[in-house]
Design a protein around this ligand. Structure first.
Ligand code: NI
Length: 467
């Protein structure tokens, strides 16, 4: 496609008057392109209103009920502001590596808006049980001719669906566009930190977005930051670190996740092995329980569908399904204790003995969760498959990697911090703790000791790993 043709299309499809959406984080989301408004109005994008951004975190931070819809608009808005800045300050003259080619504008904005379109309800837990994959679903929703999203993209340019999908999976040739949507400091992370902090009601995730938008720039076919903005970028990295430690890795949210995972696993078991115990119609979930589902089936799922089935399962005949559903709906998360790497195996065996002795089926009343397995985002100061370091550029053109310039960032760079926990019903611990020490079995004593160690010694609560 030639430049002129692209430009002509672009002017043709601008809205006669800009539209705005009011947003608590960015004030206004500005929309000038008809294609963006049309994408927002598709049924696949509207579905994101019914999927919470943070899944089970709202059971710990009750304000955090915001949707993937609002996050996606936020990522679009940040991308739009960055691109407008690039176009004002770094407009491209023929193929220059330090400038921005505004013909990429529509691809970048569509990718920003659609980057999470494939997420389902309680994404990570659901994916673990039903073998779905939100990244594959994102590509399917964008590229499959049966979706409204695909139709809107194709009407603009028949190659646009493939271009947008390739930005999201990092294979798009222009790496500036890819890095705007996905890198160590991209529009996705910039939005979710502010948004999640705002809705969770914590102040950790705040940083100076306005300043970052001022110092971000295209350079050497990639995205860099002016050295003068070092402290704003540093603040963003530290905010992100604190949000992970305080909000995303919260042990109670993970306890709800473990509960949900066992609950869905039990529903799958009942459906297959004892179908007569499943009395309630659960048509929208059936294809997933049966392991034979289509894109259309996937698009019918959302948090409300799943929550209403779980609510109904409280009335089912199967005692385990019924009990786990009751615990989930009424927020009785599994209790956790921290385990050290060297004792995990024997503690797991001990825990299972205790559960069985107390009449619990360990397959459904035990969970193991390591925050190291949760999708994390600490700062890596060296490149892996995509650009993972943040580079600053001085006035004289010298390039400095962020952790070399910032004392604070150097203290968190290249390290993962997290913890490994086992989860089980709280009443098991209560029973153990009510017994005389002399009456405890060996297995019960191990659980009790692990619990005591956590409450007495805070120094071993956080493990650290280098990567
Ligand atoms: Ni996102």
């Amino acid at each position: 496609m030639t430049i002129n043709h692209y430009q002509k299309r672009y002017d043709e499809v601008s809205l006669s008057r800009e539209k705005v959406f009011r947003d608590p984080v960015h004030d206004y989301i500005h929309i000038r392109d008809e294609i963006i408004l049309s994408l927002i109005n598709t049924k696949e994008f509207q579905r994101l209103r019914r999927i919470r951004q943070l899944g089970t975190s709202s059971y710990t931070f009750h304000g955090a009920e915001h949707s993937r819809f609002s996050h996606s608009l936020g990522v679009y808005e940040i991308t739009r502001r960055i691109i407008n800045n690039f176009q004002r300050n770094f407009p491209k003259s023929i193929n220059h590596p330090d400038q921005w080619d505004d013909r990429e504008r529509i691809v970048a904005l569509c990718a920003a808006l659609l980057h999470d379109i494939g997420h389902g309800p309680f994404s990570h837990t659901f994916e673990g049980i039903f073998q779905t994959d939100h990244e594959a679903m994102t590509r399917a929703i964008i590229c499959s001719p049966e979706t409204e999203v695909n139709r809107v993209l194709r009407q603009f340019d028949e190659y646009l669906p493939e271009k947008v999908a390739s930005v999201i999976d990092h294979t798009y040739p222009n790496q500036q566009v890819v890095q705007l949507i996905s890198s160590q400091i991209d529009a996705d992370r910039m939005d979710y930190l502010l948004r999640d902090a705002y809705y969770a009601g914590v102040s950790y995730g705040k940083y100076d977005l306005t300043r970052i938008l001022r110092v971000i720039r295209p350079y050497n076919y990639q995205i860099y930051f002016d050295f003068s903005g070092m402290h704003a970028v540093e603040d963003y990295i530290i905010s992100r670190y604190q949000m992970y430690m305080q909000v995303y890795f919260h042990p109670v949210s993970r306890g709800m996740e473990e509960l949900l995972s066992n609950l869905l696993d039990r529903a799958k078991y009942c459906y297959k092995e004892v179908p007569e115990t499943m009395q309630t119609p659960i048509d929208l979930l059936t294809p997933f329980l049966a392991g034979d589902w289509s894109l259309e089936d996937y698009l019918f799922l959302d948090d409300q569908v799943l929550s209403s089935y779980i609510n109904q399962w409280q009335k089912e005949k199967d005692p385990i399904l019924k009990d786990l559903a009751y615990r989930f709906i009424n927020r009785h998360p599994f209790k956790s204790i921290l385990v050290a790497d060297d004792t995990i195996e024997e503690l797991k065996i001990a825990a299972q003995q205790v559960f069985t002795a107390n009449g619990y089926d360990a397959r459904y009343y035990f969970g193991e969760n390591s925050s190291f397995d949760t999708p994390y985002d600490f700062y890596k100061p060296y490149p892996t498959s995509t650009k993972t370091q943040i580079d600053l550029i001085t006035k004289s053109g010298q390039i400095v990697e962020l952790s070399q310039a910032s004392l604070l960032v150097s203290s968190v760079a290249g390290r993962e911090r997290g913890d490994h926990r086992i989860y089980f019903p709280r009443e098991i611990l209560v029973t153990i703790r009510q017994k005389d020490a002399a009456d405890l079995s060996l297995a019960e004593r191990m659980i009790n000791d692990a619990y005591q160690a956590e409450t007495k010694d805070v120094t071993h609560q956080i493990q650290q790993r280098l990567f």
